[in-house]
Design a protein around this ligand. Structure first.
Ligand code: MG
Length: 161
């Protein structure tokens, strides 16, 4: 059986606002993020991991900032389209593992909702997706509260037939 692994990483700087979009979930916060789309670092990292595993380039190639269609876009649209492209290439998701890096907000209360949204967009079962979060003990840009980062790893397998 043929397998492919992909890695994704995304960062957004905090800016004016009152909520974050993370994993398709709106989370009230003291700031927002500066972004062309809704700035969902979880979904952006996940899209890059999917594109990476399928050797389809990156999110910037598929959904460029220069396209006005993507201004303030709901990133779940990106995720659904990325999964559709990966599927069209004959790949199926084995699992996705995601690590959010932020000093705040607390992610735990929102994990279930994130997993539900991501599972829906990836057509995946609950045991195929894991989202976790860590602080950086006050170190680096995340620790200083300047922004939020996310790492994602995806494993794909070749669909039979
Ligand atoms: Mg991004």
């Amino acid at each position: 059986m043929s397998f492919r692994i992909g890695n994704g990483y995304d960062v957004h700087r905090f800016g004016p606002g009152d909520h974050l979009m993370l994993g398709g979930v709106r989370i009230p916060f003291t700031q927002g993020v500066i972004a062309h789309s809704d700035g969902d670092v979880v979904i952006h990292a996940l899209c890059d991991a999917l594109f990476g595993a399928a050797a389809l380039g990156d999110i910037g190639r598929h959904f460029p900032d220069s396209n006005p269609e993507y201004r303030n876009a709901d990133s779940r649209i990106f995720l659904r389209r990325a999964m559709a492209q990966v599927t069209a290439q004959g790949w199926a998701l084995v699992n996705a593992d995601i690590t959010l890096v932020a000093q705040a907000p607390r992610i735990a209360p929102h994990l279930r909702a994130m997993l539900a949204a991501l599972g829906e967009d990836l057509h995946a079962a609950p045991d195929q997706i894991n989202v976790k979060a860590t602080t950086t003990e006050g170190l680096g840009f995340e620790g200083r509260g300047e922004g939020i980062a996310c790492h994602a790893v995806v494993l794909l397998r070749r669909r039979p037939g």
